[in-house]
Design a protein around this ligand. Structure first.
Ligand code: UD1
Length: 396
């Protein structure tokens, strides 16, 4: 899908269910490479990045079966090559997640460097440094990370900054290393916990998931498992915001309210009535206009960068002056210019977007710049006569 045409001005009301989390299923698909048997993954979302990951594994010789309910069975035992080529990595940075598992299980990996990205430089130096601490021999040449190791060994790794996929790569590698690995300043995101739980189901010895210190006691082999991916908190939050922005009421089912606490607090500050049950969240802004909020993004459990653009869109139509500071990525405000084209009053000061809410945005052709910069989508456009418009910067 390269173009969405939206006729605006309609408050959104309705109920839907959250898909499985993209940022959990991608590392879990990579983790299947560690197993000495078939891994079945349930609740897989229907997304381009999932297709790309399946293509990546398939090209290595891994056998994959997908059924009509999006359950995927992965048998890594037929693997023949250990390479993630540039043409796939450039379309999906998360391909870097095969580096740790390939190295730990097969002693070798050749993964293209991801390169630049629309939202910042996004290096992978901490992935490489951590694997080197575990005894890997790594060379970066011809645009590729070439890694070798006889058997990785346990190490104490202190991450310079909190990195989600960096933590995941090292966690996966450590499961088959000889001895104990301790990862300090680890990411605490629910998707890291989900990956850890999947690895534990495969036989890994991990403690501390969800805290900033992960302790992994390496085992000789990992085995078959069946695992259900957790619901997508960013998809959930995005739907709830769509309800709040348009002055509507939206209920998301099959989700996990405990993974969205920072987001729900901000929705309440914006004036929404928020109700939650064990596996659902309802946001009611019916007939009202949101109030502008102040937000600072940071690693979990603080406010997620992947919900930043949606709140910039909310502030654009809210009552009052809003302020949103991005601290995770250096250039993640591409959506601001697009919202300005729809009539939003937003100024950027360094890494802070300051907005004075307008009561109405107007339809305009706009671009989903996060993705256009990666070549995943062409220059998308949307047009329509909107009372309230939505943002264009999708989670990534
Ligand atoms: C993951 C998520 C993405 C989310 C982001 C932050 C996946 C597939 N993607 O991306 O949706 O926006 O977490 O929550 O899970 N950094 C370094 N060196 C490194 C690694 C990272 O300097 O080796 C920096 C990055 O440039 C960035 C910060 O650390 O400024 C956080 O990035 P990171 O957590 O690694 O993001 P991703 O794992 O790529």
């Amino acid at each position: 899908m390269s173009k969405l045409i939206i006729s605006g001005g309609i408050p959104l009301h309705g109920e839907l269910r959250a898909s499985g989390a993209k940022n959990a299923v991608l590392p879990i698909l990579a983790a299947t490479l560690l197993a000495d048997g078939i891994v079945t993954i349930r609740n897989v979302p229907h997304l381009q990045d999932v297709t790309t990951t399946m293509e990546l594994l398939g090209r290595m010789g891994v056998a994959l079966v997908i059924d009509e309910r999006m359950n995927i069975e992965v048998d890594p035992r037929t693997i023949q090559t250990f390479q993630a080529p540039y043409e796939l990595v450039r379309t999906m940075r998360a391909s870097i997640l095969v580096l740790g598992p390939l190295l730990a299980r097969f002693g070798q990996a050749e993964v293209s460097l991801p390169g630049g990205c629309a939202i910042g430089s996004r290096p992978v130096n901490l992935h490489i440094k951590g694997l080197e601490a575990m005894g890997a021999d790594i060379k970066v040449e011809n645009g590729y990370i070439r890694a070798r190791a006889d058997r990785l060994k346990g190490a104490r790794i202190v991450l310079d900054m909190v990195t989600v996929t960096g933590t995941e790569n090292l966690l996966m590698a450590a499961t088959l290393a000889r001895g104990v690995t301790i990862i300090e300043n680890a990411a605490r995101e629910p998707e890291v916990v989900d990956l850890a739980e999947c690895l534990i189901a495969m036989g890994a010895q991990i403690s501390g998931a969800g805290t900033d210190t992960l302790v992994i006691d390496g085992v000789e082999r990992l085995d078959s498992a069946t695992y259900q991916v957790l619901p997508d908190r960013i998809e959930t939050g995005t739907y709830l915001l769509a309800g709040a922005i348009t002055g509507g009421r939206v209920k998301v089912k099959d989700t996990r309210p405990d993974t969205l606490e920072a987001v729900l607090v901000k929705l309440e500050e914006a004036g929404a009535w928020v109700n939650t049950g064990p596996n659902w969240i309802e946001v009611d802004m019916a007939g009202r206009r949101p109030k502008a909020v102040r937000i600072r993004t940071a690693p979990y459990p603080a406010f997620p960068t992947d919900m930043q653009a949606q709140f910039v869109a909310l502030n654009a139509v809210a009552e009052g002056t809003g302020m949103i500071t991005e601290t995770v990525f250096e250039n993640r405000f591409m959506h601001v210019q697009e919202l300005q084209r729809m009539g939003a009053q937003i100024t950027l000061e360094g890494n802070t977007a300051i907005s004075i809410g307008v009561s109405q945005l107007t339809g305009a052709p706009i671009m989903a710049t996060d993705f256009a910069g990666l070549g995943q989508l062409g220059a998308g456009g949307a047009s329509g006569q909107g009372r309230h418009g939505g943002g264009s910067d999708l989670p990534h």
